[in-house]
Design a binder for this molecule. Structure first.
Ligand code: ZN
Length: 215
């Protein structure tokens, strides 16, 4: 079994420009929200010239990655984002805002039980990218993963068997992780999620939720 992908793996590959565009979006969103992530990323950038010399980066579609990286420079610029009925406590991180076709409440949300989800068109085959909003104190269905699952917390926080994730944190899960994320009390949790394969529900009586969990 391959080892679980780490945040450092992703930051290093991001610095090398070798990530597919949907994964770059997730990493750029994480970096925009996480000072700790930016600190680690800066080290990879500084080391990049030496470490990556002679390594040809794999092509990334168009200038997408350059644009994403360019956005990091002004990631903290406040951007008014009128959202009703959801009032975000902070502006959306710019890489994510730019990837959305419109304001949050104008997107095609699917509502089911404790959560709402909207698919994002990331223009890449084999990935499912979505915004997921879990109601405060509520859980999403218990599941594991056939591939990798990346999650960045945009607002609020959640907890699972692995850890407690707050705004800006990047969570990585794969087939070795069977979890049931639960949003913290007091505030809904909005996340950006990306999977490269189907999720497999592992809880009891979950077949009715299958339309919600899609690979
Ligand atoms: Zn998961």
């Amino acid at each position: 079994m391959s080892e679980l992908l780490t945040a450092d793996d992703l930051l290093m590959a991001h610095a090398a420009g070798s990530l597919p565009e949907p994964v770059s979006l997730v990493v750029a969103t994480h970096l925009a929200l996480s000072p700790a992530g930016r600190g680690r990323y800066a080290r990879y950038e500084a080391l990049g010239g030496a470490l990556l010399e002679g390594i040809e980066p794999e092509p990334v579609a168009g200038d997408a990655l350059d644009r994403l990286l360019g956005r990091l420079d002004d990631e903290l610029e406040p951007i008014p984002e009128p959202v009703r009925p959801w009032q975000l406590t902070s502006p959306l991180p710019r890489p994510l805002r730019d990837a959305l076709p419109g304001p949050l409440d104008g997107l095609r949300w699917r509502h089911l039980g404790n959560a709402s989800e909207v698919d994002l068109d990331v223009g890449a085959q084999g990935y499912h990218c979505a915004l997921l909003r879990v109601r405060a104190g509520k859980a999403v269905p218990k599941h594991t993963h056939d591939g990798n699952e990346l999650t960045v917390v945009i607002e609020g926080a959640y907890r699972d068997a692995v850890g407690h994730y707050r705004r800006g944190d990047l969570a990585i899960a794969d087939g070795s992780v069977d979890h049931q994320p639960v949003a913290d009390e007091g505030e809904d949790c909005l996340c950006l999620t990306l999977t490269d394969a189907r999720l497999r529900l592992t809880g009891r009586f979950t077949r009715f939720l299958n339309p919600f969990i899609r690979g």
